[in-house]
Design a protein around this ligand. Structure first.
Ligand code: FAD
Length: 501
């Protein structure tokens, strides 16, 4: 991929206020904001990212991409840019080992440092024309009814006013926009806390969610020789902290729980996190929308927070683009809130269940024993694996009943003429897809050709598409309609998701 220029701060320090007119303001150039800006730019929408950092983050955060996120990155042609990340088929549910193998091209946990994911997304989004303004801190938002106005200060402290059709808050767990709009953010306050450090110069055994008499310990050494330690002492309550804990505190807790002395190591990053669990009551507030950690707060466990946020952006991008360019059918944008808040609630519930299993004291042992026994049953394992991987998502898309309705289009191999491709290749344009699997799809007069590609392709025998004549797929890869050659309900599905030509 060709390197795109960073738009760090195009304006010299003149000290005079300026105004930026754009179509969508995206607050926060973390992974979620970057993916969203790219999705908008892909569809020709002017997206301006406002980011208070002066450059890319160096913080060591999430390191796992799950199967569904890998699929969505595949539909944007971004997998090659991730390099050749290791894949670990074993995951866990609350520390209970869980094989994540499921049908699909990318089962398992793909180990990609968040800094790498962000670099790939940034290059892609900027290459498509997204406008990134680093060193800009947003401090006010006003929904004017017909447009939205935001106030920021650039790195010189110069005021910048931004005007747009919509603003999307992707500004992370302590979202400024959430605070400014007073959005209702109900949930459960933090009860327990984990301490964590990335440490150089220690040589201790790896531990996968080991529950010892005094607490939980995790240690994982990466190929560069840096060990990530995580520790929780059973019963230790979460507490208000002004900043990161001191490494001495982490080393002391580690010693009490494991007996190992890590005081001689050099901490590269020390951090704490807790089990606070909150979800916005609404992801849409008029012309202001929320995605990623700004919309949901959860314990970072098994990489689900990052993956959930990226899938928010993927769901929102095409809907918001269609709304801004005026082609969206009525209420399309509201389906973002309905669909993603439901998914967010389900993921936050599984994270809470895992937090209880991991951080509970001896009283949770019987529950862990029963669950470990159940996980040995294939249907339970597959259900939990789909939940963790994001492959269980099924939206309520309406229309006639069909096993594929509302589910993701399986990423199977297809043949169209002499060309062999995958379902991901057919979604790369960012448009919807009407895919005929038994020859051309049923004829519907009102398919808007600028929004939906019509393709005839055959899937290999035995694929999950067997027995289906045609599918209508949304730009985010979810099946809006599936059925037989009569096309019953197809015209309604086209109108509902894509509008009229
Ligand atoms: C300290 C920490 C450690 C984590 N560790 C893990 C982990 O080990 N495993 C795991 O799975 N997940 C982890 N997570 C969660 C994971 O990193 C997040 O889910 C992911 O980063 C969410 O992406 P996002 O884009 O929604 O938010 P963020 O990545 O937080 O990005 C938000 C962006 O908004 C910017 N911003 C904020 N306010 C403003 C403002 N007023 N004006 C302009 N810009 C603003 C910020 O600078 C930031 O770049 C961790 C999160 C944190 C905060």
């Amino acid at each position: 991929m060709a390197a795109a220029p960073r738009r760090d701060d195009p304006a010299p320090p003149t000290g005079s206020a300026r105004t930026v007119d754009t179509q969508v303001i995206v607050v926060g150039a973390g992974p979620v904001g970057l993916l969203l800006a790219g999705e908008l730019a892909l569809r020709g929408i002017r997206a301006t990212l406002v980011e208070r950092r002066h450059g890319p983050t160096t913080e060591s955060r999430a390191s796992t991409l799950h199967a569904r996120t890998m699929e969505l990155l595949d539909t944007r042609g971004l997998l090659a840019d991730l390099g050749d990340p290791p894949c670990e088929p074993r995951g866990h549910f609350g520390g209970i080992p869980l094989d994540l193998t499921l049908p699909g091209p990318y089962p398992g946990q793909w180990k990609v440092p968040q800094t790498r994911t962000e670099a790939v997304l940034e290059e892609w989004a900027l290459g498509l024309g997204a406008d990134l303004r680093c060193g800009h801190t947003l401090h006010a938002v006003h929904d004017r009814g017909t447009h939205v106005e935001a106030a920021a200060a650039d790195r010189h402290g110069t005021p910048v006013t931004l005007r747009a059709d919509f603003l999307v808050a992707c500004d992370g767990q302590d979202s400024t926009v959430r605070a400014l709009t007073g959005a209702d953010f109900p949930g459960v306050p933090a009860a327990r806390e984990l301490l964590r450090a990335d440490v150089e110069g220690i040589d201790i055994p790896n531990r996968r969610f080991e529950r010892l008499p005094g607490g939980l310990a995790v240690a994982a050494r990466n190929p560069a020789g840096v060990t990530r330690v995580m520790v929780h002492e059973f019963g230790a309550a979460a507490r208000e902290r002004a900043g990161a804990p001191h490494y001495d505190e982490v080393a002391a807790a580690w010693k009490r729980v494991t007996g190992e002395d890590i005081t001689g190591g050099t901490p590269l990053w020390v951090n704490h996190f807790d089990d606070e669990n909150r979800l916005l009551s609404r992801y849409r507030h008029g012309r202001v929308l929320f995605a990623g950690d700004a919309a949901h707060r959860q314990m970072p466990i098994g990489g689900q927070a990052l993956n959930l946020g990226l899938q928010d952006a993927h769901n929102l991008g095409w809907k918001l683009a269609a709304t801004v360019d005026g082609t969206a059918p009525a209420a399309l944008l509201d389906t973002y809130d309905a669909e993603r808040a439901a998914v967010g609630a389900a993921v936050l519930t599984n994270i809470r269940a895992q937090a209880l299993l991991l951080l509970g004291g001896p009283e949770v042992e019987p529950l862990r024993t029963v669950l470990a026994e159940l996980v040995a049953r294939e249907e339970v394992r597959a259900r939990l694996a789909a939940m963790i991987s994001g492959l269980d998502v099924r939206y309520d898309v309406g229309g006639p009943d069909h096993p594929l309705r509302g589910a993701r289009l399986p990423h199977v191999g297809l043949r169209t003429g002499d060309i062999v491709c995958t379902a991901a290749d057919l979604l790369r344009s960012g448009r919807g897809l009407l895919l005929g699997l038994d020859g051309p799809p049923p004829r519907v007069d009102a398919v808007p050709a600028d929004r939906v590609d019509t393709v005839a392709a055959r899937a290999a025998a035995g694929s999950p598409l067997d027995g289906t004549s045609a599918v209508l797929v949304r730009p985010d890869g979810y099946v809006a309609w599936a059925g037989g050659p009569d096309g019953d309900g197809l015209a309604e599905a086209v109108a509902r998701w894509f509008g009229s030509p």
